[in-house]
Design a protein around this ligand. Sequence first.
Ligand code: TXD
Length: 281
Amino acid sequence: MKVGIIGAGNIGSNIASLLISQDLASEILLIDINEKLALGKMLDLSTLSVILDKNIKINSTLDYSKLKDFDIVVITAGITRKEGQSREELAKINASIVGETSKKIAEFSPNAIIIIVTNPLDLMVYACYKNSCFNKNKIIGMAGELDSARAKLNLAKLKNISPISAKINVFGMHNDEMIIQTSQDLTKDEFQTIKDETINAGANITKLLGTSAYYAPAAAVVKMVKAIKNGGNIIASVLDDNEISFGKEIKLSKKGIEKIVENEVYKSVDTSNFIKLKKNL
Ligand code: TXD
């Protein structure tokens, strides 16, 4: 599979590294407005592929015509929120980056499946849809797998169980309004603790690193690539008939979203902020 990655920063380059090590791509193209960064990452990743005995084509460019007929394109491009900057401002700036990028993908890889990573995630799925004019079943946003993994860790810590066997998932918006669903018996207080810790998980990492998390977000994208390649269920931000996007469980294949798995919790997702911000993009 040919995988394009727009934005060769922390998450983009880690996605490439995981794709190479797990034999998930035959070709990888890195595109970044910072050409030097993309070139440097490409050279480093090419060397990594040789060390791992992987025969894979890796290139970097700013020329979108090289993104011809790719199967999957991941968008991580964008800016991170600066101090004092509102969510609205960030949404506007990143929507224009994601929008321009999406138009280019539509021009050169019209049959691709697009995975959005850029924040604010759910709104960026909408921005991609509006600008690419792709069918809704070809655009998915990465957040639910990441938030669910964070919730699993928090539940495991609280109940002293393995995070792998923790039965907990996160649906809805990729922000404080996320919705947690678990079959684990919990008191109200325990549930609230897990919810608070999961909501704050990203910000805690950002405080420590001075930048947002990247290993886990990259791994979550790669999980989505695997589900596209081999078929499988994952949680992703997907658009509904009203052009509102939030995290739902979906069945994926090489054709895109095959099915949305219905769940009562979708009805309790608060979409008011999304609708308000969407109008300003
Ligand atoms: O759960 C999730 N979806 C997320 C999302 C979890 C963590 C971080 N999340 C967001 O992903 C984060 O808030 C950012 O919006 C993106 C990418 O995060 P990353 O940590 O990879 O950011 P970097 O390292 O700053 O990389 C972004 C790259 C950088 O190299 C820029 O030069 C490039 O994007 N960039 C562009 N490339 C191409 N074209 C344009 N216009 C452009 N603008 C910036």
